[in-house]
Design a protein around this ligand. Structure first.
Ligand SMILES: NC(=O)c1ccc[n+]([C@@H]2O[C@H](COP(=O)([O-])OP(=O)(O)OC[C@H]3O[C@@H](n4cnc5c(N)ncnc54)[C@H](OP(=O)(O)O)[C@@H]3O)[C@@H](O)[C@H]2O)c1
Length: 229
């Protein structure tokens, strides 16, 4: 088994590179693309988002289509993938959709000093994992592999994207560009500052460009493990 899951980072951005505005769950994508994302979700063992996304968007992170849920169940899987988040503040509400929806396990990674607080707040709705002095995404990825996660979908936000990309942990990037601007520099961006493995001297491999109604999907293979299918 590989030391870390095949990792697919999926998100949608505005024309000016923002993940949203100050409105929770701003719809950057369209219905056809949400359905495509649903198919990708159904193909994964786990979905990960950062704690700010859990707090501000209150996402369910479930497979929406009944047919896809049924296909997963027929394969002996939970109807929707496992959910993963990471936090240091541990300001997470056990009643939020992240924790109350879906049958599969929910994992919360936090640093050692925060574990007791996290367990007091979130058990039994989630399993709290001690990530050591500081949670590093490489260690987290390896821990997920040890728990049987072979395919991981990272769904935001920018702080989480930055760590996965800068640490060269992403095999595939699926970036959807919405046809409008946010125009607010205080809004969350696709990534924050970082030293990324792809730059002017090392360009990422663009593998597909697909128009989906009024948005465009850009697929990049970011590692030799990238699978076109
Ligand atoms: N367009 C899209 O596809 C899309 C997808 C997802 C989200 N979004 C948007 O993105 C925005 C949120 O993005 P964001 O960049 O502000 O935040 P984020 O990446 O969702 O979450 C960041 C938070 O995660 C926790 N965290 C991250 N790395 C950590 C580490 N190594 N150790 C411990 N905790 C860690 C911290 O939580 P604590 O603060 O709890 O310590 C940190 O503040 C929201 O507005 C949401 O709507 C858009």
């Amino acid at each position: 088994m590989s030391d870390r899951p095949y990792t697919l980072l999926s998100c949608s951005v505005s024309l000016d590179g923002y993940l949203g505005d100050q409105t929770p769950r701003l719809a950057l994508s369209n219905e056809a693309d949400f359905d495509r994302v649903d198919e990708v979700r159904a193909s994964c063992d786990a979905i990960m988002v950062g704690a700010v996304t859990v707090r501000t968007d209150d996402p369910r992170l479930l497979v929406r289509s009944q047919a896809r849920r049924d296909r997963r169940t027929a394969r002996g899987l939970a109807p929707s993938p496992m959910k993963i988040t990471v936090t240091n503040r541990v300001d997470l509400d056990a009643r939020s959709n992240f924790f109350t929806t879906g049958e599969a396990e929910k994992l919360v990674y936090t640093s050692s000093p925060r574990v007791a607080d996290a367990r007091a707040r979130l058990e039994p709705v989630a399993t709290v994992v001690d990530g050591g002095r500081r949670v590093r995404m490489r260690w987290l990825s390896e821990d997920l592999a040890d728990r049987g996660v072979e395919r991981l979908m990272v769904e935001g936000g920018g702080v989480v994207h930055t760590q996965f990309l800068a640490d060269d942990l992403v095999d595939e990037l699926q970036l959807v560009v919405a046809p409008f601007f946010v125009g607010d520099s205080s809004a969350p961006r696709f990534v924050t500052d970082g030293r990324f493995p792809w730059n002017a001297g090392r360009r990422a491999k663009l593998s597909e460009v697909r128009q989906i109604g009024d948005v465009v999907l850009l697929r990049y293979g970011l590692s030799p493990r990238f699978r076109e299918d």
